[in-house]
Ligand binder design. Sequence first.
Ligand code: RFL
Ligand code: PHB
Length: 388
Amino acid sequence: MRTQVAIIGGGPSGLLLSQLLMRAGIATVVLERQTRAHVLGRIRAGVLEQGTVELLRRAGVGARLDREGIVHEGTMLSTAGGMFRVDFKARIGEVVTVYGQTEVTRDLYAAQDAASATILDEVSEVALHDLTTEAPYVTFQRGGEAQRIDADYIVGCDGFHGPSRQAIPRDKRTEYERVYPFGWLGVLSRTRPAAEELIYANHPRGFALASMRNPTLSRYYIQVPLTDRAEDWSDAAFWDELRRRLPAEVAEGLETGPSIEKSIAPLRSFVTEPMRWGRLFLAGDAAHIVPPTGAKGLNLAASDVHYLSEGLIAAFAGDGAALEAYSDRALTRIWAAMRFSWWMTSILHRFPDQTDFDQKIQEAELRQLETLASAQAAMARNYTGLPY
Ligand code: RFL
Ligand code: PHB
C-alpha cells in the first residue's frame, strides 16, 4: 500500500491530523493498535482551549461541539482560607469549553468515515523503516497478515508508550522528565456536577478536582499515593474522601451515585527533543506528557497538529520551510505549557516530603492568585491557552 502521510495512532492527534490533511487533498492512512470501541471507551480530557475549538471547527468537526460544549468563563480554587474565583473573561477576555475528549474523538471518527478515510484498527507489531531516506515505510501485522505502507512522511501520534519515539536513535534525542510522587484517582458518574464551574482544591489531605462533562455527567479526581489501586477504592470511600477535600458548602450539596469509570493515572512531565528525525515527525503524547492539573495535554496535541498540518500541506505544495520549523515552533509552546502545568501541580498538591517552608510558599502563591489581578491574568492567559 502507498500513501502520502502514514499516521501511527488513532487517538485525537492522529485523527485530527488525518482529517486536516484529507481536507487539503492529501492522502493518509491511520494505523491504530486498539479497536475503535476501546479508543472511544477511554475517559480523558475535558477542557478545550479556544484555539482547540477553532481548530476543530476548521477541521469540520465543530457542529456538535458548538451545540453541546459548555463555555466556562472562569474557574474556582479552594484553599484552607476558603473558595475564590479566577474570572478568565473579566481578566483577559478569554474562555474555555468543557467537552470531553471521548466526544472529540467520536466526532473525528464520524468525519473520517464520511470522508472514506483509511483507518486500520487492531494492527500490531508496527515498525518504522528508512526514516532518513526519501522513501520511509511502516510494516505491521493485521488479521494475521504482514503488511507494508510506503509514504512520503510518517507521523507518530501513538501516545507515550507507542513505538514512534523509540524509532529515533537514543543519541539523536534528548528527554526531559519529572515524575510526581502521587497519582490521580478519577471517577466518572451520572450525577449533577458539584458546581457550575470546575473546582481545583488544595487541601491538607491532598488535591481534589470537581469537573464535569455535561449537566448530568460529573468527573472527579482526588490525589492518591502511587501505591493505591483503583479496585481498592469503593465508591463510598471515594465520595467520603472527595467530600472531605471540597469546601463544606459544596460537599453538603454533592450528588453521589455509582461510578461508571474509576482509574488511577500517574502524573508526569516529559518532553523529547527534537520532535523530528528525517521523515518522521512526532505529535501529541508521543512527544510530551503533562500532569493533568493544567488541562493542557489534549490542547497541546491540537497545537502540534496545527503546526504540523500547516508544514505538511506547504511541503506538498513545494515549500518545506514550515515543516523544517515544526519542531521548534511546537516546542516553544510545549515548554510554556510544561511550566504552567508543573506550577499548577506544585501549588495544588500535597507532596510527601513537603516541609513547613514549602507549605508557606504554597500558601503565599495561592494568596497571590486570590488577591492580585495580575496573577489572575497570568493564570487565565495560560489556562485558556497561549496563542498559536
Ligand atoms: P493518545 O490519546 O494516547 O492516542 C495515541 C493512540 O496511539 C495508539 N497506539 C498505537 N497505534 C498503533 N501501533 C502502536 N504500537 C500504538 N501504540 C499506541 C493508542 O492506542 C492510541 O489510540 O495520544 P494523543 O492522540 O496524542 O492525545 C493526547 C491526549 O489523549 C492526552 O494528552 C490527554 O488525554 C491528556 N489529558 C488532558 N488533556 C487536556 O487537554 N485537558 C484535560 O482536561 C486532560 N485531562 C488527560 C486528562 C489525561 C488523563 N490521563 C488518563 C492520562 C485527564 C487524565 C486522567
Ligand atoms: C477533566 O474534566 O477530566 C479534567 C478537567 C480539568 C483538568 C484535568 C481533567 O485540569
